[in-house]
Write a protein that binds this ligand. Structure first.
Ligand code: XMP
Length: 512
């Protein structure tokens, strides 16, 4: 089992970032709910425990607390911000609200380097963001560092491996913060620092073989990053005991089905079942123009087609999915309150009850960039690893109104031209998404001496970190001009190209 540092999540917006930074130190780190008990933590046998920051005040009624027995486990603890205040509170110290919220850069004066600040200059810039501060130290606590406004910017319980820091070492505004985390992991917790993607692949292959034994695994391959990397990893472990199912729902982009078959079927020699269900989907979608109704039909139809295909794979007992760590974290909100539903996303979930599979989710510990690293190490091309997100309902939500084969083909052609030009301009992999949207309205144009009365496409180009918010992107004029010329010249049936210049919010990225 790999050496682990657990991060107790007290609701800090930086919680995942702490885990990522620790992984950058080549130590595996996992975020767990803040109400995890000492006994549960002991069972996980981590090498160290981090108490994250959080928006509450430790003395607020109902604010998340700490099982004090955690401090008695003999496992090193680092409390960050709110986490430090908990540590002090449960060690007999006092925390009260600071006269002013301290927010922003601060100069840290290290008074005693010890193991936590080992190898660091005595003056450091750090990022503070807190409303409370430690005002009285228990006699058993020693101050390690101060700032102008904070007498207890870093402290240690005397003789124990229990540390607190008031600032945030995980953010880029604390430029040497990672050194503090590295010291905590390697010097204080005695981790080896040997966790990396190569060791992850090796361990996973072993684990997948042990778990699966002689049984068979099926996986719904979409061609996206997560399912592709999951397929490559599982295939490395068990070869043709894995069957991938790829469904063409008639809403794919130009040549997408061919590319997936070429890469996974021929290059990787996987047992790939290609199911062309386009007609089935298009029949069900005929005349349906309401976005949620379309999404619902596409989602439900997919489950049926996939379930039929799954039944036809003899002896399959495992269902593999490309679930990643953020998917896992997002599905366990600490304070409830999942964001109100704006659009119904669909993935392979809710399979019919008679299909009882054991789940295999080999990527569920990895962040997205780690998934990409694994994919690269397994030989997947950039085209797959750096692929822009493509929604499950595919072109169905990029073709407004009711879809038809002919108008979907118009969209496919226009989109292919747009993406090709954006790639040629070297911009494709720098953007979150760049795609065309089909508008079911016709406008008048003139071509040669002929009047045309044809459809419109919109160009949608956005930058984003996570798809939750997005900014529209101003592509260079000459690129836009080339794209527009090529689309109206090469795609008969389109005579107008428009540009979407709205951000999210208030718009969404996809148009439906
Ligand atoms: P919206 O349109 O909600 O999209 O701003 C945010 C991000 O999510 C993608 N998206 C989906 N992904 N299934 C998916 O797997 C879906 O149904 C779906 N709908 C939107 C979208 O492409 C964007 O990156």
């Amino acid at each position: 089992m790999e050496e682990t540092i657990v991060v107790l999540d007290y609701g800090s917006q930086y919680c995942q970032l702490i885990a990522r930074r620790i992984r950058e130190c080549h130590v595996y780190s996992q975020v767990i709910p803040c109400n995890t008990t000492a006994a549960e933590i002991a069972a996980m046998a981590p090498k160290g425990i981090i108490l994250s920051g959080g928006p509450a005040s430790v003395y607020d009624a109902g604010s998340p607390q700490l099982d004090p027995a955690i401090l008695e486990l003999g496992i090193p603890v680092l409390g960050i911000c709110y986490g430090m205040q908990l540590l002090v509170k449960y060690s007999g110290g006092a925390v009260s609200s600071a006269p002013e919220r301290e927010y922003g850069r601060a100069q840290l004066h290290i008074q005693k380097a010890g193991e936590l600040f080992d190898g660091m200059a005595p003056e450091q810039t750090v990022w503070m963001s807190h409303g409370d501060k430690v005002t009285m130290e228990p006699t058993s606590i020693e101050t390690l560092a101060i700032t102008q406004n904070c007498e207890f910017a870093a402290c240690q319980l005397k003789g124990k491996k229990l540390y607190g820091i008031q600032f945030h070492p995980e953010v880029v505004h604390s430029p040497n913060g990672i050194q503090i985390l590295r010291n905590f992991c390697l010097k204080i917790c005695s981790c080896q620092g040997s966790w990396n993607m190569a060791s992850f692949i090796e361990d996973s292959v072993k684990r997948i073989r042990e778990t699966v034994g002689n049984e068979r695994v099926i996986l719904g391959l979409s061609g996206g990053v997560d399912s592709s990397v999951a397929a490559a990893l599982i295939h490395k472990a068990i070869g043709r005991q894995l069957t991938c199912i790829f469904v063409n729902n008639g809403l794919l982009r130009k040549n997408e089905a061919e590319r997936v078959q070429e890469l996974f079927g021929r290059n990787f020699n996987m047992d790939l079942r290609y199911i062309d269900a386009s007609d089935r989907f298009l029949v069900k979608l005929a005349g349906v123009d309401e976005p949620e109704a379309k999404r619902h039909i596409i989602g439900a139809e997919f489950i049926e087609v996939f379930a039929d295909a799954a039944r036809s794979v003899d002896g399959a007992t495992f269902l593999a999915q490309g679930t990643t760590y953020p998917d896992v974290i997002e599905s366990m909100p600490i304070n409830g309150n999942p964001a109100a539903m704006i659009k119904s996303h669909h993935n392979v979930g809710g399979l019919p009850k008679d299909l009882k599979f054991k789940l295999l989710e080999p990527l569920n510990k990895l962040f997205k960039d780690e998934v990409r690293e694994v994919g690269r190490a397994l030989g997947l091309p950039d085209e797959v690893i750096l692929r822009q997100p493509f929604p499950g309902p595919g072109l169905g939500v990029r073709h407004l109104g009711a879809v038809t084969k002919r108008t979907l083909d118009l969209l496919r052609e226009a989109d292919d031209i747009f993406v090709e030009e954006v790639k040629k301009a070297g911009l494709y992999y720098k953007l979150w998404q760049a795609f065309c949207v089909f508008l079911p309205v016709r406008t008048v144009g003139v071509m040669g001496d002929q009047r045309t009365y044809d459809y419109v496409v919109a160009l949608r180009v956005v930058e984003s970190q996570d798809g939750m918010t997005a900014d529209w992107v101003n592509l260079p004029d000459d690129l836009l001009r080339r794209v527009s010329n090529r689309i109206v010249n090469e795609v008969r049936g389109l005579n107008r190209v428009v540009l979407d210049i709205t951000s999210k919010p208030p718009s969404t990225i996809e148009w439906e």
